[in-house]
Each structure stands twice: as C-alpha cells, then as structure tokens.
Design a protein around this ligand. Structure first.
Ligand code: NAD
Ligand code: AHE
Ligand code: ZN
Length: 368
C-alpha cells in the first residue's frame, strides 16, 4: 500500500513529505493507521544528527496513537479496529528483562529496533525502490506504519487521539520517572531541570505523588507560569542565579530528595546531581545527550550518599501501564490538554520542530 510520511532523508535537513510504499504486516506484526503524533525533543535530536544510533533515510516519530487496520499471522492481543499507542519500549513478557521484574527495558527486539528494521531484519518502508528505515520501532510520522504486536498498548476508545498520543512518550516518561523510577513520597522535595514537554510532566507527577516543594529550573522565563500551572512551587532561572546548586541547597535545607534532568545537557546533569541532599538525594537522568557527551562529577558526591540514576519511558511497562495512564488522563488525575499547544497538519511538521527550538511550544501534535 501507499502511505504519506515525513521522511528524514539526511541529517540536519527538514523532513520531506512524500508518498512511501509500505509492505503489509508479517507474522507477529500489525498495520496501524496513525491518527496523531507528538513531536518529542528526541525526534529533533535524531533529525539534527546528534543520535549515535541515528539512521538516514528514516521515518521518525515515536509518540503516536492510532487504529489497528490489519494483523499478521499469529497476532492474538489486538484486532482490527482496536485503538492503540505504539511503544518504543515494548513489553514481550518473556525475555530475561521482562521476567526480572526489575526493569521495563524489554530486550526482545531492541537490537533490530536500533538498526531501523523489523525483527526479521527488513524494513516495511521504501521510496522509489530505496529502503527507508523505521525509527525507535514506531515511525509515527507516517499515516500508516507496521509494528510488532508486543509494541502496541491497547487503549480505551473514548480517549482523543490528538492528546492520548502524548502518552506514547512525554506524559509517561515524565510522570513515570516520578512514580516508577524515583517513587517520590509525600513530603519529598523535588527539583526539575528543564520545563518542556517532559519536565512539566515530572512536575505534575511530583504533585500527584504529594511532593512538598517542587522547584523548576529553566532558562526560558515563560516556563515559570507553565510550571506553576502543573504544581511547581518555586522557579529558578539560571540567567539570574549564577550558582544554581548553592541556591537549591540553601532553598531546600541541604538539597533535593529527588532531582530530574529533562534538558539533555550534561552540564545540567551535573548540577542536578550536586543539588541533591547529602546522604540520600537521588538524581534521575531523563534527558538524552548528544552523541559523544559524557557526565562528570567528583566521586565524593557519590561517596557522600548521592545517587545517580536514569530512566527510559519513565520505567513504564508499556502494554500494562499505558492503558492505566490513559485512564488517569480520562479520569482527570493528570492533565494533558493544556500542554498540546499546537496542532499541525503533516505538511507543517517542520514548523513543529521550529516551535520546539524557539521555546514557543510545549508539545506540537500532527494530526493526519
Ligand atoms: P523540550 O525542548 O520540550 O524541553 C527542554 C526544556 O529544557 C526547555 O524548556 C528548555 O528551555 C530547557 N533547557 C534547555 N537547556 C537548559 C539549561 N541549560 N538549563 C535549564 N533549562 C534548559 O524537550 P522535551 O521533549 O521535554 O525533552 C527533554 C529531554 O528529554 C530531551 O533530551 C529528550 O531527548 C529527552 N527524553 C528522554 C526520554 C527518556 O525516556 N529518557 C523520553 C523523552 C524525552
Ligand atoms: N539512541 C540513543 C539514545 C536514545 C535514548 O536514550 N532513547 C530513550 C528514549 S527517548 C524518547 O524520547 C530510550 O528509551 N533509551 C533506552 C533504549 O533502549 O534506547 C543513543 O545514545 O544511542
Ligand atoms: Zn520521546
């Protein structure tokens, strides 16, 4: 079949809207009509050639929602007509990682996913006979895409696609980092570096968990109002506060119980660790850093009881947890609608990247 898609033909170039050839689903695979997709900073980072795993040409996008249109042989967990959210962190429930009960990092298809192909080693997308790679196993910047069955969370049908798609990455990553990874408890003090599409979801997750002080740090002064809307109690703009670490340690009587990096900047990651309370403070890295970047701190920071951790997809087990997060949204426990600041057509997708880089958007969503 044919599908309209935004293709990244080369690094640092705008996406091009073209009609691709798409092969149907093979054994264990599912054809999904994508109804809406968010644009996450990770898509921008890959488009800009900063991902060490980045492949071109490819169909980017990993924050979608859609409808199952066809299933391949052996598929049992979804049927045509089901509403689904694609999962870049699948959940096979059979691999060592899934069975460990210690992580959401399912290993069933990670290797082929990183090579931009389906588990059988081939791509379903092509353009004028040339192979086009899949991305993060999702490729939601295409009106139709093919995914393995284990990479689909079935969701309730009354959830609107243009908001529910955000649960495919940003919402689950931010809220899950607080509830699954950090397991913030009532009364804890939390610091969030970067109040964008992920950081604001950390803020609302911290409020839901009953955190006491929720301090937001961002270079963009407009983010103060945004953070306050979702539960932030204090705001620091590093442009006005030269020593951010000292300011936080002073403000929180020794430092944060939990801090979260949602910037992808490795210097900020260091600040996030060093603003943690001596003896127990834990810093969680969410941000994805450019290829080649490394984190640094004095080992003494860890010797004296601070902890450095990271999280992918908020520690969520997609097929199990994503339908529950959709319920939280539909039941009003978490907010999504105000964060969808721009709804675009596929032809306007590059504008979504511009809005992100200029700091004007929280989330841009493309509807098909
Ligand atoms: P975004 O562009 O919406 O937000 C980034 C925010 O950080 C902006 O508000 C920006 O002003 C702020 N910022 C940038 N530099 C800063 C600095 N030096 N100090 C303070 N604030 C600064 O991006 P996003 O979609 O929220 O993504 C944030 C990061 O999280 C990215 O690196 C993305 O790749 C990563 N991410 C990781 C996961 C995961 O599973 N670990 C999932 C999604 C996104
Ligand atoms: N491919 C990159 C790393 C990118 C990365 O860390 N991705 C996150 C999700 S970001 C979503 O917006 C992730 O899930 N990581 C775990 C994994 O297995 O990829 C690199 O540096 O090579
Ligand atoms: Zn993402």
């Amino acid at each position: 079949m044919k599908t309209r898609a935004a293709v990244a033909f080369a690094a640092k170039q705008p996406l091009e809207i073209v009609e691709l050839d798409l092969e149907g689903p093979k054994t264990g695979e599912v054809l999904v009509e994508i109804m809406a997709t968010g644009i996450c900073h990770t898509d921008a980072y890959t488009r800009d050639g900063l991902d060490s795993e980045g492949l071109f040409p490819s169909v980017l996008g990993h924050e979608g929602a859609g409808i199952v249109r066809e299933v391949g042989a052996g598929v049992t967990s979804v049927t045509p007509g089901d509403h689904v959210i694609p999962l870049y962190t699948p959940e096979c429930r059979q691999c060592k990682m899934c069975l460990s009960g210690k992580t959401n990092l399912c290993s069933a298809i990670r290797e082929t996913q990183g090579k931009g192909v389906m588990p059988d080693g081939t791509s379903r997308f092509s353009y004028k006979g040339q192979t086009i790679h899949h991305y993060m196993g999702c490729s939601t910047f295409s009106n139709f895409t093919v995914l393995p069955e284990i990479a689909l969370a079935k969701i309730r049908e009354d959830a609107p696609f243009h908001t529910a798609c955000y649960i495919g990455c940003g919402v689950t990553t931010g809220v899950g980092a607080v509830t699954n990874t950090a397991q913030v408890k009532p009364g804890d003090n939390v610091v969030v570096f970067g109040l964008g599409g992920i950081g604001l979801n950390v803020v609302q997750g911290a409020r839901m968990a009953g955190a006491d002080r929720i301090v937001g740090v961002d270079l963009n002064q407009d983010k103060k109002t945004w953070g306050e809307h979702f539960g932030m109690t204090d705001f620091i703009n590093p442009r006005d506060t030269p020593d951010v670490v000292a300011a936080i340690v002073e403000m929180l009587d020794g430092g944060a119980d939990y801090s979260f990096d949602c910037t992808g900047n490795t210097d900020v990651m260091r600040q996030a660790l060093e603003c943690c309370h001596k003896g127990w403070g834990t810093s969680i890295i969410i941000g994805v850093a450019e290829a080649g970047k490394t984190i640094e701190t004095r080992p003494f920071q860890l010797v004296t009881g601070r902890n450095w951790r990271g999280t992918a997809f908020g520690g969520a087990k997609g097929r199990t947890d994503v339908p529950k997060i959709v319920d939280w949204y539909m039941d009003g426990k978490i907010q999504i609608d105000p964060m969808i600041t721009h709804v675009l057509k596929l032809d306007e997708i590059n504008k979504g990247f511009d809005l992100m880089h200029s700091g004007e958007s929280i989330r841009s969503v493309v509807v098909f």
